[in-house]
Design a protein around this ligand. Sequence first.
Ligand SMILES: C[S@@+](CC[C@H](N)C(=O)[O-])C[C@H]1O[C@@H](n2cnc3c(N)ncnc32)[C@H](O)[C@@H]1O
Length: 162
Amino acid sequence: MTPEGWLTEPEAATLRRHAKGRCLEVGTAYGRSASVLAPLVDTLWCVDPHDTFDTWGEFLRWLTEADVRNVIPIRAKFEDATGLLPSGFDFAFIDGCHKYESVRSDLTRAAMGCPLIALHDFGYVAYPGVRQAVEEFLAANPKWSMVDQGGMIAVLKRKITL
Ligand SMILES: C[S@@+](CC[C@H](N)C(=O)[O-])C[C@H]1O[C@@H](n2cnc3c(N)ncnc32)[C@H](O)[C@@H]1O
């Protein structure tokens, strides 16, 4: 069973190039992107209130039927989930609310504890707030740069300073 979702194959390939270790997903829905990430990482925390679409039941059904054991589902908004998450991640995928303010908030919050972040729908004309939030973030944070793009996914990385 492959969960329903919006992720295209070029976007899945982009995630496969970078996902690793302790991984955070903001915006899971039915679990399509989680089904790509889970086999690549040690542990995947999936944060989603599951109240935009009725996705919670289908997501849990996929976890059970596919016998996925390294996913921790957190039914909450990212901004409310801080106490339920570890302090650091190796990789984060942001695909929650696509409004400018939400993307800015999610990106800023994730960047506090993660040096490698992918965002969905960068460049998609229906969601100009994603590009705006990413470009503003990069302009304000010179240690960060865009290191990859595939489909509608942009991957940002923090430079390591010794
Ligand atoms: C486009 S869907 C995610 C699709 C999924 N990544 C996939 O590839 O199939 C967006 C999801 O973001 C969730 N969402 C909206 N606001 C959120 C927030 N503040 N924190 C976490 N998730 C949020 C919605 O509930 C919805 O399920």
